[in-house]
Design a protein around this ligand. Structure first.
Ligand code: NAP
Length: 323
């Protein structure tokens, strides 16, 4: 559908949505829309203070009738597998059925540092943390979905996936590091994962679909943080200026994620803005680059992610589909 907006999101009463990075940028905007439409939104954030502030802002902007949905702030630091496991366990307990998981949180082009578990930070947060989270929430997703109305896993990638290259001999950039190349690899990994997940869900007949998306260029904290952490003079100012000149709003940038979560898309689709250079516009189904559809790399990344995170996806034991 052309010119699809947040107003086209259907009413989402009795729907449970988990959004990572829900306190800022695209995650914040998507959370607000889901909640306005009646969903229960679990805000999976590394700082519960920042997330509570964001939840208060969303509740405050709902007007005198109040918010239709519910916001539930929960701690989830994707740079720490223990935190991810605690989050997943308590969230599954609170919500045995989860309709949508938005793997959205991310960091971009930061100096090399490592997660608690020794992963390079961009791959660790953007891919490994989400891999572990998805595997541990799979039973609740499978329990919510049915053949006619499958649950969805939405993974936020980026046009920067096109710059990504997989190097399985130095996946975590121990031998050398380029912050932009590492971002590209993490975003290519998002797509390899999203498409491989969809194939595996299909093979096991589970009522869950995996869909990927990207926001084009949306002005958020993502670029400002990159600028603030850069050693180049004026980098922060440059990022601010670029956001003003070229960025679409965070609300517009959140549309592909919303579309991938609720609109009529198929597992394995990739949704992004339809306008100039796919940097802005309204959601449409697109094609990502050839490398992202490489099934050999996808399987390799999957096996490596299982080995690194220790999370096996319980495809065999997840609840079978209801007729
Ligand atoms: N904006 C764009 O133009 C653009 C383009 C392409 C792709 N993307 C992708 O869109 C996604 C969202 O980015 P955004 O633009 O909305 O940026 P943002 O405003 O900076 O939001 C990023 C979110 O990720 C969270 N996060 C960072 N590290 C985390 C961790 N260790 N554990 C849990 N959460 C963590 C941040 O939490 P804190 O607030 O606590 O730091 C924040 O909530 C990212 O995956 C990004 O790669 C964005």
């Amino acid at each position: 559908m052309s010119n699809w907006t947040a107003d086209d999101v259907p009413q989402l009463d009795d729907t449970v949505v988990v959004v990572t990075g829900a306190n800022s940028g695209l995650g914040f905007e998507a959370t607000e829309t889901f909640a306005r439409k009646g969903a229960t939104v679990v805000m999976a954030c590394r700082s519960t203070d920042r997330a509570e502030d964001a939840a208060a802002e969303i509740r405050g902007s709902a007007g005198s009738n109040g918010l239709d949905g519910t916001l539930d702030v929960r701690a989830c630091d994707l740079a720490d597998l223990d935190s991810v496991a605690l989050f997943a366990e308590s969230t599954r307990e609170a919500y045995p059925e989860i309709d949508v998981l938005c793997n959205n949180a991310g960091v971009m082009a930061i100096p090399r540092r490592e997660t608690q578990d020794g992963f390079e930070m961009q791959l660790g947060v953007n891919h490994m943390g989400h891999f572990a989270l998805t595997g541990q929430l799979l039973p609740a997703l499978a329990a919510a979905g049915s053949r006619s109305d499958p649950a969805r896993v939405v993974t936020q990638s980026s046009g920067a996936h096109e710059t990504g290259e997989m190097d399985f001999d130095d996946l975590h950039w121990e031998a050398s590091y380029s912050k932009w190349a590492a971002y590209g690899r993490s975003k290519l990994s998002n797509l390899l994962f999203a498409y491989e997940l969809d194939r595996r869900l299909d093979d096991h007949g589970l009522p869950v679909e995996s869909v990927a998306c990207h926001p084009g260029y949306a002005a958020t904290n993502l670029q400002l943080r990159t600028g603030a952490e850069s050693s180049l003079p004026f980098a922060e100012y440059g990022m601010k200026l670029a956001n003003k000149l070229f960025g679409q709003s965070a609300a517009q940038g959140a549309l592909p994620m919303l579309y991938a979560a609720v609109a009529d898309v198929a597992g394995g689709d990739y949704v992004g803005p339809d306008g100039f250079q796919n940097m802005r516009g309204y959601p449409s189904v697109q094609r990502s680059n050839n490398a992202s559809y490489d099934e050999t790399d996808a399987e390799r990344l999957w096996e490596r992610s299982v080995a690194d995170t220790g999370v096996e996806f319980p495809f065999e034991t997840a609840t079978p589909p209801t007729p």
